[in-house]
Design a protein around this ligand. Structure first.
Ligand code: THG
Length: 279
């Protein structure tokens, strides 16, 4: 199954048979107070710098999250999208819990964006599926609903199926629904990674959809996060993860390595090219 996203000029194909597409996570105010302060001053230089660094490091798509308390992200997300698209060709992933901000950003954006995210709650699906249809956007479907987040992979897959079904009813193509199994901190629950890995395996094998996840969520609260993230990333890709939201500066090398190991990099071209670009 293929999900196609578009920036102003550039098209990115996320294919369930790989190679892995990297959605850069860094445009996010969590732990980046400078992003908050510069944007509040109407200064877009830092956000453009974050975009450029991530693209250079291997990001194919950029996640854009400018939400923080006290800020009107309806205006700010749309404005940030415009500034990013003035300068960069890559497709954007619009990350906000506020449907109004998503809609305003879609109105401002060119190409075909990814909405981050819709969950299985009625309110979320009602608010966002018609908007996705209207603007021709793809969506990330989170495996949670009114009952919360279950620890049973089969139930998580059922939530994914519900979102896919409702999206299709709203006129969205099946391939435009990317599933997020919801990666949680393994410090809080040592079974957490096994639950998402199994959810991914089931979504990949039974539903055949593309899969994303916040790939550094699992290592919150632990030392040596990079090692943990890398281990979990490789296993996730093997189980069907095709478009992680991650820090490309830290993850691209091992993503290229995993694609090669999984037989998705003929003559090791992408692996070697990436290595040479780092020398
Ligand atoms: N699913 C979906 N969307 C998401 C998440 C998800 N969006 C937000 C988040 N989770 C993914 N994005 C981030 C952004 C920043 C960080 C983690 C996840 C972060 N960064 C640290 C920093 O910048 O210092 C550490 C970065 C690093 O490890 O290098 O914490 O799950 N659909």
């Amino acid at each position: 199954m293929k999900t196609i996203l578009k920036g102003r000029y550039k098209e990115v194909i996320i294919d369930t048979s790989g190679p892995v597409i990297i959605i850069g996570e860094s445009i996010n105010p969590t732990r980046r107070k400078k992003l908050v302060s510069t944007l509040l001053e109407g200064n877009f230089e830092y956000v453009l710098e974050l975009a450029e660094c991530q693209i250079k490091a291997g990001a194919d798509v950029l996640d854009v999250n400018v939400g923080f308390p006290g800020v009107d992200d309806v205006k700010l997300l749309a404005e940030t999208v415009k500034r990013l698209q003035d300068k960069f060709e890559v497709p954007l992933c619009l990350d906000s819990p506020n449907p109004k901000a998503i809609e305003a950003a879609l109105k401002a954006a060119e190409g075909k964006c990814l909405i981050n995210s819709v969950n299985g709650e009625e309110a979320s699906m009602k608010a966002l599926l018609p908007v996705a249809k209207e603007y021709g956007a793809a969506i990330i479907g989170l495996c949670m609903d009114e009952e919360g987040i279950t620890n049973d992979p089969v139930k998580r897959v059922a939530v994914a199926e519900k979102i896919i079904e409702r999206a299709i009813k709203a006129g969205i193509k099946a391939e435009d629904v990317i599933i997020d199994p919801l990666a949680m901190a393994v410090s809080a629950d040592q079974k957490a990674c096994m639950v998402t890995l199994e959810t991914m395996r089931l979504v990949h094998q039974k539903l055949g959809h593309n899969i994303t996840q916040g790939a550094s969520n699992i290592s919150f609260g632990l030392p040596d996060r990079e090692t943990l993230n890398a281990s979990y990333m490789a296993l996730s890709i093997y189980n069907g993860l095709t478009c992680p939201i991650a820090n490309p500066e830290k993850i691209t090398a091992m993503v290229r390595a995993t694609d090669l190991v999984l037989g998705r990099d003929d003559y090791a071209v992408r692996f070697v090219e990436y290595f040479q670009s780092r020398q």
